[in-house]
Every structure is written in C-alpha cells, then in structure tokens.
Design a protein around this ligand. Structure first.
Ligand SMILES: C[S@@+](CC[C@H](N)C(=O)[O-])C[C@H]1O[C@@H](n2cnc3c(N)ncnc32)[C@H](O)[C@@H]1O
Length: 218
C-alpha cells in the first residue's frame, strides 16, 4: 500500500504559502546544492525539455532556469503551484502525478526531483523510478535527492499547521537496487551531512542516474 496521495496533496495545499516563504531561497544557503545543480546544468547542456518533478514553489526550477536550462515544473498540489507561478511567472508549471506521468515514452531530456520522494513508500519509489525511466529519452539524466536512513517520521504539525503526514527516509542500498531494477546506469550517489541551523538535521544524498543510450544496429 502506498501513502495516500490525497493526504500529500492536502498537506501541501495547506502549507503552500509557509512552504514557499521558508524554502524559496534555500539553495543560496546550501553550497552542495549549488555545486550539484551547476553540474546538472553543464551535463544537460542545451538538451530539452527538462522537468522539475515535485517542484514545490519552484526554487530548484528557477535555479536551473537561471543557469540557462529549459525547464518546467510539475507538482501534485495546485496551491503550491499557485505559489510557484506567482513567484516565477516566466516559468511553466503544471499539475501532475509522478506515479502516473502524462508524458510520452522517451520524451524528456532531464528530470530533477528534489525531495519529491519523501512521502513515498518503498513500493511507490519503485513505481516513480520506472515512470521517470519510461519518460526519459535515451541518455537522459535523472537527478534527485532523499534523506538517508531507515526511519519514518510522523508529523502532527508542520510549518505552524496541524497535519497528519509521514516523511520517509531510505537506505542507499535500497535506492541503488531500485534504480538498477528500473534500468538506470552510471548511478552516482553523493551523500552529505546536514547544514546545521539551515535545514532539518538529516544526512542527505544527491543521485545522478542515466537512462542507457540505445545503440542502433548498423
Ligand atoms: C518535500 S516537498 C519538495 C518540494 C521542492 N522540490 C523542494 O525541494 O523544496 C515534496 C513535493 O513533492 C510533491 N509531490 C509529492 N508527491 C507527488 C506526486 N506523486 N506527484 C507530484 N508531486 C508530488 C509535493 O506536493 C511537494 O510539493
């Protein structure tokens, strides 16, 4: 059984304004985020389109747009998308579900997903990775982040609002196995310690994974 998506959507609808106020400028305080996003922009070059899945208020979308990436954002929560569109009117944002993507096979050059899997069960992570693999073009890049660990953290309060939601942590072995099972290659997992006073104090990981290039027979 997966975590109920209505519950996730309702959470971000409820905290949309507070989430945008809290997290909009976060990459400025996180040098490793910046290094990783610069690397992504260099590796993706002028390939397009690129999508930010689970984009929230669009801080990562905007960071990459500023680096010249042709990027759009997708999220489950209409209210958080309203925040994203208000803050970044020049960027296209649309509603969608990572677990059931309305994109053609092999149609996207790159996908970023910062902390978009934090509410997924292990089964849903597998579904999400298979969906991302399906929509990526051959040679496409998948960059995502997660909290490292085994725990599930239940919150009754988040950003000053009453909520009822689980945040999932994942082991690196699990993530690696799941990406391999989905067909990704050249998987690189870069772990870091938390920035004290800047973010929730969990170890985090950035992951680069590539959809294999299909070689055409002569
Ligand atoms: C922890 S927030 C991360 C937001 C932003 N990427 C960031 O780094 O701040 C998780 C986001 O993923 C979105 N999300 C969760 N499940 C989703 C799904 N199945 N499809 C699309 N978006 C989803 C939520 O609405 C929320 O905006």
């Amino acid at each position: 059984m997966g975590q109920n998506l209505n519950r996730v959507e309702n959470l971000y609808d409820k905290v949309a304004r507070e989430y945008a106020e809290t997290f909009s400028g976060e990459h400025e305080k996180k040098p490793k985020d910046q290094e990783i996003l610069h690397r992504f922009s260099q590796e993706i070059g002028d390939r397009s389109p690129v999508w930010d899945f689970g984009c929230g208020p669009g801080q990562t979308t905007k960071y990459l747009k500023n680096l010249g990436v042709e990027i759009s954002g997708l999220d489950l929560s209409e209210k958080i998308l309203e925040q994203a569109r208000t803050i970044h009117p020049e960027i296209h944002f649309r509603k969608g579900n990572i677990l059931e993507l309305k994109f053609e096979n092999s149609s996207i050059a790159g996908v970023v997903a910062f902390y978009a899997i934090v509410h997924f069960t292990e089964e849903q992570v597998g579904i999400a990775f298979r969906e991302v693999f399906r929509v990526l073009k051959s040679g496409g890049i998948f960059l995502f982040t997660y909290h490292i660990g085994k725990e599930t953290i239940h919150l009754d309060e988040f950003l000053g609002k009453k909520v009822d939601i689980d945040f999932m942590f994942f082991t690196t072995d699990f993530i690696l196995g799941c990406l391999n099972d989905s067909g990704f290659e050249k998987i690189e997992i870069i772990a870091r310690e938390p920035y004290p006073g800047v973010e929730y104090e969990s170890r985090r990981a950035y992951v680069f994974a590539i959809k294999p290039v299909v070689r055409k027979s002569p």
